[in-house]
Ligand binder design. Structure first.
Ligand code: 3NM
Length: 217
């Protein structure tokens, strides 16, 4: 049985560059989880060695140990297994989800990024627990991001989904409400939390907007 339930409401994707390395990611996670973050993903684009991935994942697993918040690892299946993370998140250029599912087993969480209608139509729904849909808005954080979808296309994609979906890409306090109103189950952010001067405040404000949107306020 799965140990942790997935709540996509406020999904923090960690970036070692913006957080200030492994210690920065650990501190950011500790503070963000205390202020409303409901899921955490370890992700790194540059100059992160395999040893760094492992040490970061291990430290994050420790921080989240006594919480209900799951830890997901971007792409690196073996690291996820090595630290007994709660799941894996893959993109379109990573291993296919049926292969990842075989490697991680039935009990771990598996997320898949999609960025257009063609990709959502090809999703193997039996194998995934949730989708990441994006980028919704322009983002400086992902170098090879697809063109921004905009709110209308996001809403269309949300209508096609057969599992929960979290929206990602350029989401902040100003646009989080409309993202939620377009049928998303939550928002995923990097720069709206990582590297913010006041992480508790930034996280609480986002959480508040999401909760209000869920209640239709
Ligand atoms: N994935 P920020 S956009 C990691 O479209 C990531 O799949 C995306 O960072 C996708 O919240 C993105 O700072 C970057 O815009 C999100």
């Amino acid at each position: 049985m799965r140990q942790k339930k997935l709540d996509l409401s406020l999904y923090l994707v960690l970036d070692p560059d913006l957080c200030g390395g492994i210690d920065g990611m650990v501190n950011t996670t500790r503070i963000a989880v205390a202020n409303g973050v409901t899921a955490v993903q370890l992700r790194a684009e540059h100059e992160f060695t395999r040893r760094d991935w492992y040490l970061a994942a291990l430290a994050l697993k420790q921080v989240l140990k006594d919480t209900t918040v799951p830890l997901l690892i971007n792409d690196q299946v073996d690291i996820a297994l090595a630290v007994e993370a709660d799941g894996v998140h893959v993109g379109q250029k990573d291993l296919p989800v049926d292969v990842v599912r075989k490697l991680i087993g039935a009990d771990k969480l598996l997320g898949l990024s999609i960025s257009n209608l063609q990709q959502i139509n090809q999703v193997n729904w039996q194998k995934v627990d949730y989708l990441g849909i994006g980028p919704v808005f322009p983002t400086m954080t992902k170098q090879d991001a697809a063109p921004p979808l905009g709110i209308t296309t996001l809403a269309e994609l949300n209508q096609c989904k057969q599992c929960p979906a979290v929206a990602i890409g350029g989401i902040n306090l100003q646009n989080a409400a409309e993202v939620m109103q377009s049928g998303s189950d939550g928002i995923a952010v990097i720069s709206a939390i990582c590297g913010q001067p006041n992480i508790p405040y930034a996280t609480r404000q986002l959480y508040h907007v999401i909760e209000q949107a869920k209640q239709g306020i």
